[in-house]
Write a protein that binds this ligand. Structure first.
Ligand code: NDP
Length: 244
């Protein structure tokens, strides 16, 4: 199945490293012009060297107004991948108000902000579009030391369903992908200890963690016209964990 994004402009958050970086590069290989958001300058500079069709912008997505100001002149966007996210690992009993605010600011509020920015432009231009949110298996399941992270991801799944209802009549599709563990920087922090990794992997019928490319493929499918009848869904990329 060949997917082409020629003539499309895509905005990808959290594109400086990990899953988002791979999504940005693959979108560019499939013909899209990509606007890649992140913070780390070295990572963004090296991403910009990956291809002429990738433009990088540094912004702290935790800052709602700064994000709006920084993206004020990005022009028309057809595709959005809300991928930026992070975690603070701790037992629920240790969670502070500040940690809740930090996690919701990036993992949830920035998704609402970017989705508004992009859909306002789509609605104004009266054209369809596609939004994919990188949620997590953590939205469906309780995971130790992930209380607020799980909550942010569950909030994303709910957000996507309402967006699908409201934006469907305008041919704007909004979906989630919900991956299991991927051993990126973020994944390694939570799962490099075998005492945690072995029982987690044992819950996955396919008996392995996800590769970055497993998530990239699911995201590109949902962004593309091959998924033109799919909206409001949360697609597990979990090796069958939920089937068990
Ligand atoms: P990484 O830590 O590798 O990358 C996270 C990305 O998010 C980086 O580009 C980082 O930018 C960006 N980011 C974080 N905070 C901010 C901020 N305040 N402003 C702007 N950018 C920010 O993580 P992954 O690639 O693993 O994760 C990507 C997504 O996938 C996340 O939403 C995560 O929750 C989700 N996910 C990951 C899983 C895993 O096991 N890895 C499993 C399921 C879901 P910079 O470094 O430049 O600050």
């Amino acid at each position: 199945m060949e997917i082409s994004f020629t003539g499309k402009r895509a905005l990808v958050s959290g594109a400086s490293k990990g899953i988002g970086r791979a999504i940005a590069i693959q979108l560019s290989k499939c013909g899209a012009e990509v606007i890649a958001l992140g913070r780390n300058k070295d990572d963004l500079d090296s991403l910009a060297r990956e291809g002429k069709s990738i433009k990088v912008i540094s912004v702290d997505l935790a800052d709602w107004e700064l994000t709006r100001k920084t993206l004020g002149n990005i022009g028309d966007v057809d595709l959005l991948v809300n991928n930026a996210g992070f975690n603070i690992l701790e037992p629920m009993i240790n969670v502070t108000e500040s940690h809740i605010d930090q996690l919701f600011a990036v993992n949830y509020k920035s998704v609402v902000n970017l989705t508004q920015i992009v859909t306002e432009s789509l609605l104004r231009r009266k054209v369809g579009g596609s939004v994919v949110v990188v949620s997590s298996q953590a939205s469906f399941r309780g995971i130790q030391d992930h209380a607020i992270y799980c909550s942010t991801k569950a909030a994303l799944d709910a957000f996507v369903k309402v967006c699908a209802l409201e934006l469907g009549p305008h041919n704007i599709r909004v979906n989630c992908v919900n991956p299991t563990v991927v051993l990126t920087e973020l994944g390694q922090k939570a799962w490099s200890d075998p005492a945690k990794a072995v029982p987690m992997k044992a819950k996955i019928p396919l008996n392995r963690f996800a590769e970055v490319s497993d998530v990239v493929d699911a995201v590109l499918f949902l962004l593309s016209d091959k998924a033109s009848m799919i909206t409001g869904t949360c697609l597990p990329v979990d090796g069958g964990t939920l089937a068990a």
